[in-house]
Design a protein around this ligand. Structure first.
Ligand SMILES: O=P(O)(O)OP(=O)(O)OP(=O)(O)OC[C@H]1O[C@@H](n2cnc3c(O)ncnc32)[C@H](O)[C@@H]1O
Ligand SMILES: [Mg+2]
Length: 196
């Protein structure tokens, strides 16, 4: 079976990729589990695409295996697209989900326009070949209070369009069918299927 290495330091993303790959005829291998010396790649890009490529290409070059990496985040209309590429470190380099949510809700206090979208850009880097990129979005709204315990990141304050519960209440079964990451992966598979 074809193996693809997925590179992420985020446990929530690993679980989602494992779940989404489980029905495919491609084996997903966690790069961080396969190699014990994996160093963090600094996300110096200003777009999701730049950072996704940076992560995938750096690891592909180091380990000479095909690598997929996701760069993702929350884009809030009333905050001019913030936190965007800074979603993980919105409240500081410690990358604390709870602090990030507190900062987001504070910045949106009294704001009735709460439209937002989760965005995921997946880059697939292969040794000696051009990198392939795919994007997925999930539109929704930011709640006034956090609700639910599943998922990670901003899931407790994000209600997808067409639902009344947050991603953290809906849980992985629903999330992995409608999420930005699932849509990006579907887009990616359309492009790489013929190449596998
Ligand atoms: O870079 P890697 O190692 O993959 O892990 P990371 O957590 O730093 O990942 P990103 O740089 O792509 O930052 C993504 C952040 O955006 C938020 N985010 C992304 N996808 C999300 C999702 O499905 N649900 C909730 N929040 C999400 C969350 O705060 C993430 O930490
Ligand atoms: Mg990151």
């Amino acid at each position: 079976m074809k193996q693809i290495y997925v590179a992420t330091t985020n446990k929530g993303k690993v679980d989602e990729f494992k779940n989404m790959f489980s029905s495919l005829d491609i084996e997903m291998v966690s790069l961080m589990e396969a190699f014990d010396d994996v160093e963090d790649v600094e996300e110096t890009g200003t777009t999701f695409e730049e950072n996704a490529k940076l992560k995938a290409e750096t690891y592909c070059k180091t380990y000479q295996v095909p690598v997929m990496a996701d760069d993702s985040g929350l884009v809030v209309d009333a905050l001019n697209g913030e936190p965007g590429v800074y979603s993980a470190r919105y409240a500081g380099e410690a990358k604390n989900d709870d602090q990030n949510i507190i900062k987001l809700l504070n910045n949106l206090e009294g704001q009735s326009q709460r439209n937002a979208a989760f965005v995921s850009v997946i880059a697939y880097a292969r040794p000696g070949k051009d990198t392939i990129v795919a994007e997925g979005r999930c539109e929704g709204e930011i709640t006034e209070k956090r609700k639910g315990t599943e998922g990670f990141g901003y899931d407790p304050v994000f209600v997808p369009v067409g639902y009344i519960q947050t991603m953290a209440e809906l849980g992985s079964e629903v999330k992995n069918q409608i999420s930005h990451r699932k849509r990006a992966l579907d887009e990616m598979l359309k492009q790489i299927r013929p190449l596998l």
